[in-house]
Design a protein. Structure first.
Length: 479
């Protein structure tokens, strides 16, 4: 079975969030079970720089890009770094060569032509999945991801092409909304601008295009698939999603168990595993030294790695942090985001030197060491489509405290592998923290909970097999 996996980012080439982790891992897992899955990605400068042994396999002319003229692009073929997954890269400097990130400039401002840029990605994805593809290889299924590829199912359906498409929503909050006058500039007919089409409260939404025109919709956890059908987390799309509930699946993400493995993690000062967990104590001591925390072996160390934003529950953590320290705990924070939250974190550190440490920024190695060195991991997100850190924490024996939402609810079992609270309030979080303190003092029970989490299997194989079954069902339906 041939699958084209269209995405705007994929690790280790380019990453701004969890989409990149999934896009790097899932295609490789699909190939492991026998599918011919290939990735399509824009040729940002950082991507082009990392490519090796590229071959130009196609050239496109007159791709729609603005009112007056189209642009040309080359399609490069190579392999993903460190794997045998085939990679197609759209080499179109006018669209993708920018100073800054993939979506925003160095000042954090969206590029004004993002609609045209990611329309280009969708155009190429649709072309490769259509009968007039310039390649000998043509996918049986086109798998699109988030709003940046949302127009691809629309282009295919509006052209009458029957290649089945899957649209995966990694976070419904990002919808790719643009003014309605972009319609003609993106080569979309006026007839598709309506409730049954790409229109979203008077504007054009790339994500809605994908949700409406794709043959099947997936999200990254079963609970999130249910949550987004209701107003609280439906982000205005709940009506469409509920109407398509029979073409909507929640398939839980996996994690890279090679990269996230405490028995072979090169970022750690020592190795450990579920049958020999003593190395975790040394990881904790070394983390305390690294972050300037007091070297107290019996002080429960709470870790948190997250974007410093309201959605991640940072307000809740700040509300209970003094109480954690008062009960004898320590806190290690890593992340960046909202400037007011960053300032509040700095004030917290200043109030509790030696008890609270924070790095405002991101450090991949430190993220591994916090997972390994912490006893308890805080993940009180207000909503979380899937979440990865709670799965990393379970694998590393760091007991998670999570809010019962999305993938957090699907992966953490209350008082079996972690602690789950149901109301996103400081009081509810604090009650969960107190339960964790109480169990931490009971060493045999704590070790049992750690082991239960470390024995959970979050590899990508199960997810890949579920996607394989979905692709097969689409082919039997549309074929």
């Amino acid at each position: 079975m041939r699958v084209l996996y269209a995405t705007s980012e994929a690790a280790p080439l380019i990453k701004t969030g969890g989409l990149a982790d999934v896009s790097g891992a899932l295609p490789a897992a699909l190939r492991e079970i026998g599918l011919d899955c290939r990735i399509l990605i824009p040729g940002y400068p950082v991507v082009i720089e990392k490519l090796q042994a590229t071959t130009t396999v196609a050239e496109f002319s007159n791709l729609f890009f603005n009112d007056a003229t189209g642009i040309s692009a080359r399609l490069l073929e190579c392999r993903m770094p460190g794997s045998d997954t085939p990679l197609y890269v759209i080499d179109a400097p006018e669209a993708f060569t920018r100073i800054g990130g993939p979506y925003q400039d160095a000042n954090g401002v969206d590029y004004p032509d993002n609609a045209q840029r990611f329309s280009l990605l969708s155009q190429v994805a649709a072309r490769l999945a259509s009968p007039d593809s310039p390649l000998d290889w043509r996918p049986d299924v086109l798998h699109c991801n988030d709003w940046q590829t949302g127009l691809a199912p629309a282009y295919l359906r509006l052209a009458g092409c029957l290649t089945p498409t899957v649209m995966t929503v990694h976070n419904l909050a990002y919808q790719g909304i643009f003014p309605p006058d972009m319609l003609s500039r993106l080569n979309l007919p006026a007839s598709c601008f309506g409730v049954e089409g790409v229109e979203y409260y008077g504007n054009l939404s790339f994500l809605k295009a994908g949700l409406y025109y794709a043959n099947h919709i997936t999200t990254v956890s079963p609970t999130y698939a249910e949550e987004i059908q209701h107003p609280q987390l439906g982000m205005g799309m709940q009506g469409l999603l509920a109407s398509r509930r029979h073409q909507l699946s929640g398939i839980l993400n996996g994690i890279d168990t090679g990269d996230w493995n405490p028995s072979s993690d090169l970022h750690l000062p020592c190795e450990y595993h579920v049958r020999a967990p003593s190395g975790k104590k040394r990881c904790k001591r070394k983390l305390q030294e690294e972050l300037g925390l007091e070297a107290q072996a019996d002080a429960p160390l709470f870790g948190m790695i997250a974007r410093m934003a309201h959605q991640k529950g940072m307000d809740l953590v700040l509300a209970v942090a003094d109480g954690i320290v008062d009960r004898g705990g320590q806190i290690a924070l890593l992340g960046t985001g909202d400037k007011s939250i960053e300032a509040a974190v700095r004030e917290l550190v200043a109030r509790h030197p030696g008890k609270v440490a924070a790095l405002i920024g991101y450090d991949e190695g430190l993220s591994h060491r916090i997972e390994a060195g912490s006893d308890i991991f805080l993940m009180p997100s207000l909503f979380e489509p899937c979440g990865l850190n709670q799965m990393y924490s379970l694998r590393y024996g760091s007991v998670p405290i999570v809010h019962a939402t999305g993938g957090l609810r699907d992966t953490v079992e209350d008082e079996v592998t972690g602690f789950v609270f149901h109301e996103p309030t400081p009081h509810a979080l604090w009650l969960a923290v107190e339960r964790a303190f109480d169990l931490y003092s009971q060493k045999p029970a704590w070790k049992k909970m750690m082991a239960a989490g470390m024995n959970r299997d979050f590899s990508w194989e199960k997810s890949a097999l579920t996607y394989q079954a979905l692709y097969q069902s689409l082919l039997s339906t549309t074929g």
